[in-house]
Design a protein around this ligand. Structure first.
Ligand SMILES: Nc1ncnc2c1ncn2[C@@H]1O[C@H](COP(=O)(O)OP(=O)(O)OP(=O)(O)O)[C@@H](O)[C@H]1O
Length: 484
């Protein structure tokens, strides 16, 4: 496991606190209403599909369809194959059709044959929002034997929200298989009941706890997937738990899949230990950023000016949906309080809320009942909500020292928009010398250019408005499936 010196700030805190706080005696399965909402969500893209071939007018006045993107060899969505070429079960092809997935993305096309044709481990990297979830979900659904009522595939994710989202994708994609799934996060496990679901998705602490309490049998497990694997293996708490979970699995015959948009060099070492002999699908540094996301920054001279600017930005944020990232829970609470007092409808999500509250807050946002979400890094990774058109870095992401820029988290945060070829924007605030240096370092690291913008100028506001509108248009007209 990696040393913790560079561990991220709120990731481990948020998960661990929730896991610790969990009272396993309060038995609580996923609420029927939540399941209904997940089903509702799965059905939503059907209407969008009608518009699949409609054109998207992006900010450069170029008309782009998903079909265009998937035919462009430079796009991460490019594929030369069809799902039918990938040797998937008939039921899964039907599941994909239900989700309106017409062609695989590049990572799906490349990873699936490597995973399905043998039991070799895989480290899979591709840009945010390019369909990694479907790659490992299809793998799990293909490899499990539905005639056996025992856990066979285990998927670990760093947050409750992400685990819940992955579970929904498994359930949707596996709709035509008689598959049983289990959500393994605090409070979701029925006390004393031995888990007999073929696919288990959860956070590492709860999964480890279930294994130790012998309610999660491991002897038939044949696949272990880690989503956001670099993050999972790089943090003291989660990394340690992941290694311990793996230690309980059969010594042979378990295929390990590690997926993420980022695999910094220092983590690759641990990844290779965790997934020995893995096939590797990795990206070059210059391939990391997502094309469709326009990156802006605003230069403020004080915290008050920063706050005024976010109020100015608000009317643009609600054209679509927006996520505002702050560094700590207290900052989220404070910004939420001030904006609410100033009459703006915003919600806030972080690891100090209990599981049910967290589910409600993210569902309200996912289903469009709230438009602006203030949050910590707890949802910086993996969360897939197609209508997020703007990501605001109210505080730039840093490592635990509060100074060193956290490049990976920056990329994951802005990747909450621009999903699967859609258009989006990010807006970062700089307010002092330190944040200037951090922004500068981020630009150099990714060799990208953030455009300076003054949100108080009419011209700038028009520019952002145009992007928000084109993002909304791309959300409506791309017509691609959504795993939410
Ligand atoms: N082949 C496909 N055709 C159409 N839509 C797809 C396809 N594959 C995935 N999608 C959709 O693309 C969106 C992004 O996919 P996903 O969440 O798996 O991305 P990701 O690569 O895991 O991103 P991140 O790195 O942020 O976790 C989802 O809404 C998903 O439903």
């Amino acid at each position: 496991m990696a040393e913790s010196s560079n561990s991220k700030t709120s990731w481990a805190d948020d998960v661990e606190e929730e896991e610790e706080a969990a009272n396993m005696s309060k038995q609580q399965q996923q609420q029927p209403q939540q399941q209904a909402e997940q089903a509702e969500q799965a059905a939503q893209p059907a209407a969008e599909e009608q518009k699949h071939e409609n054109l998207v007018k992006n900010e450069h006045d170029v008309n782009v369809t998903l079909a265009d993107l998937q035919a462009d060899p430079n796009s991460p969505l490019y594929s030369i194959k069809e799902f039918t070429d990938l040797g998937l079960k008939e039921e899964l092809l039907k599941g994909l059709a239900l989700m309106r997935f017409s062609r695989p993305s590049k990572i799906q096309e490349r990873a699936l044959p490597l995973i399905l044709n043998n039991d070799t481990n895989l480290i899979g990297q591709s840009q945010s929002g390019t369909g990694k979830t479907a790659a490992f979900v299809l793998s799990m659904l293909t490899k499990v034997d539905i005639t056996k009522s025992v856990p066979q595939a285990l998927c670990l994710a760093p947050s409750r929200e992400l685990a819940r989202q992955i579970l929904a994708v498994v359930d949707n994609m596996g709709s035509f298989l008689q598959i049983k799934t289990q959500f393994a996060v605090p409070l979701a496990i029925e006390r004393g009941k031995i888990i007999d679901a073929q696919i288990v998705v959860g956070t590492p602490g709860t999964v480890l706890d279930c294994i130790k309490r012998r309610i999660l049998p491991t002897k038939d497990l044949k696949m272990l997937c880690l989503d956001e694997a670099d993050n999972m293996l790089d943090q003291q708490g989660l990394g340690d738990q992941c290694f311990r979970v793996k230690g309980f699995l059969p010594k042979t015959g378990v295929q390990v899949l590690l997926f993420s948009a980022t695999f910094p060099q220092k983590v690759i070492e641990y990844a290779e230990k965790f997934a020995p002999g893995a096939n590797k699908l990795t990206l070059k540094q210059e391939e990391l950023t997502v094309e469709g996301i326009k990156q802006f920054y605003m230069d403020c001279s004080s915290d008050d000016e920063k706050y005024d600017a976010i109020l100015k930005l608000y009317e643009l944020m609600v054209i679509g949906q927006s996520v505002i990232f702050v560094r700590k829970r207290e900052n989220a609470n404070e910004l939420h309080r001030r904006m609410t007092e100033d009459g703006h409808a915003v919600s806030s999500l972080h690891g100090a809320f209990d599981g049910n509250q967290r589910d409600k807050i993210i569902d309200d946002f996912r289903f469009g009942r709230s438009k602006v979400l203030i949050t910590t890094n707890v949802i910086a990774r993996g969360i897939d909500i197609a209508s997020v058109s703007l990501v605001v870095n109210y505080d730039l992401p840093t490592l635990a020292d509060g100074r060193t820029p956290d490049f990976e988290t920056y990329l994951h945060r802005i990747g909450r928009t621009g999903r699967f070829g859609r258009v989006g924007a990010s807006f970062s605030f700089v307010q002092d010398q330190l944040s200037w240096q951090q922004m500068d370092a981020i630009q150099r690291h990714f060799n990208c250019q953030m455009t300076r913008i003054d949100i108080k100028s009419d011209l700038a506001r028009k520019q952002i408005k145009a992007i928000m509108k084109s993002s909304k248009a791309s959300e409506q007209f791309m017509g691609v499936g959504s795993g939410n």
